[in-house]
Design a protein. Structure first.
Length: 305
């Protein structure tokens, strides 16, 4: 097959690929639950919640909602975004934070010196009328100790003077960590919390149609017969829906068809191009080697590699 993206897009009447795996706020599907999660995120920031917690399965759209939120941030807020939330100790954690805020430090600086840099920076920003918000994506990988150190960073807040807010985003394991009995102090700082579930059966058709419209076409490329099969294979996880639909459209293009039928979707599944087909639980991206990881966590981490 002589494949060309220009021919591919022209074939379906598109101006860009509708089912990429890269988080893109332009493609956000505003289902009822996505609107709810977005509202909780904004509420957490507006209400100056010390900690806002957002959890959901892998591929449910958490990062995309974060990207949308970042586009709405005003000049009175300074954002530090940490996308690779892995730190072996509190010193490494502060280095991550300072790097996210574009603040310099020496490689050999102690934790006390780094903490002083951080607090001085917060006070400086507060004096200029700005609050600092630290957003940690995949925060379940931080583990209990680092999460507790993050809580302690919020101790600089007092009375009506909020210098720093935290937004912790991660998989359901993050919520499990926070709910443990020895994490009570962290849990008490969480003023806003929400869970982003998978898409429901009634959302699948609307989700696929939405992404096609954003990509430039109102044509019903996916026939109604495909939706139950897509739901069954993906469990309603948006990232998996994108992956399966992308493959199915490629098969339609190869067959010189402008629509995707159930047979094409089934061919993708039968030929094992879609590795997550039939999983009752999406993959978990849990870092291995953590001291507090359970055997189940380690197994899930190995699955995700």
């Amino acid at each position: 097959m002589n494949f060309s993206f220009d021919f591919y897009l022209e074939h379906f009447g598109l101006n860009k690929r509708p089912f990429t795996l890269v988080p893109d706020p332009d493609f956000i599907f505003w289902s009822r639950i996505h609107k709810k999660v977005s509202a909780v995120l904004e509420y957490g920031i507006i209400s100056r919640a010390p900690i806002t917690l957002v959890t959901g399965d892998v591929g449910s759209g958490k990062t995309t909602l974060l990207r949308d939120l970042l586009q709405k941030i005003g000049d009175d807020l300074l954002i530090g975004f940490i996308s690779n939330s892995v730190a072996t100790n509190r010193t490494d954690l502060l280095r991550l934070v300072l790097t996210a805020l574009d603040q310099p430090f020496e490689d050999n600086e102690s934790y006390a010196a780094l903490n002083r840099r951080f607090e001085d920076f917060l006070v400086e920003q507060y004096g200029q009328g700005r609050r600092v918000i630290l957003i940690f994506d995949e925060a379940q990988n931080l583990g209990r100790d680092s999460l507790e150190h993050l809580r302690m960073l919020t101790n600089i807040n007092f009375a009506d003077h909020e210098l720093i807010q935290l937004v912790l985003v991660g998989q359901p394991e993050l919520r499990d960590i926070v709910m443990q009995s020895d994490m009570t102090q962290l849990a008490q700082r969480i003023s806003a919390s929400v869970f982003l579930p998978r898409l429901k059966e009634t959302d699948i058709e609307a989700y696929i149609s939405h992404r096609l419209v954003v990509s430039g076409t109102n044509n019903p490329i996916f026939l109604p017969e495909t939706f139950p099969l897509i739901l069954q294979a993906t469990g309603g996880v948006p990232r998996l829906i994108n992956q399966l639909c992308d493959f199915a459209m490629l098969y339609a293009f190869e067959a010189d068809s402008q629509v995707v039928n159930a047979e094409m979707v089934q061919d993708v599944l039968d030929e094992n191009l879609f590795f997550c087909a039939g999983r009752s639980h999406p993959l978990r991206l849990v870092q291995t080697g953590q001291e507090d990881a359970t055997p189940k966590d380690r197994l899930q981490g190995d699955e995700a590699k």
